[in-house]
Design a protein around this ligand. Structure first.
Ligand SMILES: [Zn+2]
Length: 484
């Protein structure tokens, strides 16, 4: 899921979070398109999605090593049952991406709508899981849940996307744009699948919009009784560093000021003192505005005005680590490297490891320049860059975003959806530079225990979420890509 594990920026202000409802002028949905969704036996589809997910969870794509070719073959076989062929792009031995396309009838009116997921899952220790629901069991329990590693992150979404995709074919939905199903390898470790897709396949894919993992619906996220669906429209970039201090090795009995460990402490202090400027991203203002419209009353009015948000809400956002993280560039000290062989030995080199996250608009080069400025009086310090790429964002002024936001709260008066920036990153960050508008929304609604199961020893998703998820994506895709 989101690297940096932000899961979606659930900005929790004391008990406030992100949301949206379509407050801008809603784009009308032609009745002929709405009718397709009304013709689907959704309960049956939910059961089918649960069976599909159960089988998918039993395919071992734990990364490392991944073995995502097995997952891609499983999905390809599921598509074949509906007469849809898929291409497998091998990206490494035993590792592959899946690409399947439903073409537009006639000349496409716009670039394709793409449904993206990743095939791999994080590791799981079977001995820690309940014996009746092992991580690779795909067990469906009588209370209506599908259990297994990846149920939430993100084979559940992958199964939902595949079902929505297949329904387009089954119902012969006339398409004005191509719809492409993508499932890629290695999101959880090195993103090699998505990088290969972007580097070698993008010319033929050229997605105009895509939906991928990102926000999840959160009950009581900001206000009691209100569910918020944050849709990630942007993600922070990444700058991973090793800050080295070097000096003469020596004996602990004879302190010398220029030893490496002491110099490293000074460097860490200097980096910790990096000036920060907290800003509320326009996406977060928009989410708060939508939440405010939905909430109503005095609190709702406050959330709808930027000046009032700055005055009354900004401080609360800053006080909460998840929302604070999307208000500024950050550098978190995450560990150390190098030590003496004994307590009385001073090593010649030690390093501190930093995970810096950069708001869209802050380049890694700019952050490095700021760090070097902070460290310029410490000549024994050098900075090694382990990974660097900038954040990016997509405009949410798009029919597909509107369709996702509208359908994820369809028929509900207690829910709102809106844009947000994520403090972590997903595969979407590699696609946006190609021009695609990438949105992060897993159309499930989870409460504390179910959300907490992600990457845990009890990961599961309800069949109700799967059913609803297929409907949300199907309707959103039909509204965006269907030909009225
Ligand atoms: Zn994921």
């Amino acid at each position: 899921m989101l690297r940096g594990r932000m899961r979606s920026v659930v900005v929790r202000l004391s008990s406030i979070v992100l949301v949206s409802c379509a407050t801008t002028a809603p784009r009308a949905v032609p009745p002929s398109l709405d009718a397709f969704g009304d013709r689907v036996p959704w309960a049956q589809v939910g059961d089918e999605a649960a069976q599909l997910l159960s089988g998918y969870l039993q395919v071992d794509t734990v990364n490392p090593p991944g073995n995502e070719l097995l997952g891609a073959q499983f999905l390809a076989a599921a598509l074949a049952k509906d007469g849809i062929s898929a291409e497998l792009q091998v990206v490494a031995p035993g590792r592959a991406n899946l690409i399947a396309r439903l073409p537009a009838q006639g000349p496409p009116v716009d670039k394709p709508v793409c449904l993206l997921s990743h095939l791999d899952v994080v590791s799981a220790e079977p001995s820690e899981w309940p014996a009746s629901t092992p991580p690779l069991g795909g067990v469906i329990t009588p209370d209506g849940f599908v259990w297994g590693r990846g149920a939430l992150d993100m084979k559940g979404m992958g199964a939902v996307e595949l079902m929505a995709f297949v329904l387009l074919k089954r119902l012969s939905v006339p398409l004005a744009r191509d719809v492409i199903l993508l499932a890629v390898a290695d999101e959880e470790v090195d993103n090699t699948g998505m990088r290969a897709l972007v580097d070698h396949k993008w010319g033929e894919l050229d997605c105009g919009v895509l939906v991928n993992e990102g926000g999840l619906g959160l009950t009581n996220m900001l206000f009691e009784g209100q569910t918020v669906f944050p849709i990630a429209v942007g993600e922070k970039g990444s700058l991973w560093l090793k800050v080295w201090a070097k000096g003469e090795a020596g004996h602990g009995s004879t302190p010398v000021d220029t030893r490496a460990p002491g110099q490293l402490v000074r460097a860490i202090e200097a980096i910790a003192g990096l000036p920060t400027k907290a800003t509320i991203h326009p996406a977060v203002y928009e989410l708060l505005r939508r939440v405010g419209v939905h909430k109503g009353g005095f609190t709702g009015a406050v959330l709808q005005g930027r000046a009032l948000v700055d005055l009354f809400v900004k401080g609360r956002l800053l006080a909460q680590p998840p929302s604070r993280a999307v208000m500024m560039d950050t550098c978190q000290l995450t560990g150390f490297e190098g030590k003496g062989s004994s307590p009385n030995v001073v090593p010649s080199a030690v390093a501190a490891i930093f995970d810096c996250r950069l708001l869209p608009g802050t380049s890694p080069e700019r952050m490095l320049a700021r760090l070097h400025e902070r460290l310029k009086d410490l000549p024994q310090i050098s900075v090694e860059v382990l990974q660097a790429f900038p954040g990016n964002e997509s405009s949410w002024d798009d029919p597909f975003f509107d369709a996702l936001a509208r359908n994820v709260v369809r028929g509900r008066t207690d829910a709102v959806a809106g844009p947000v920036i994520s403090p972590g990153f997903t595969d979407s960050i590699f696609a946006r530079p190609k021009g695609v508008k990438a949105y992060g929304l897993v159309p499930f609604e989870v409460e504390g225990a179910e959300l907490g199961s992600m990457h845990g020893r009890n990961e599961r998703v309800s069949i109700a979420n799967l059913r609803r998820g297929v409907e949300v994506l199907f309707r959103a895709v039909v509204e965006t890509a269907g030909r009225p």
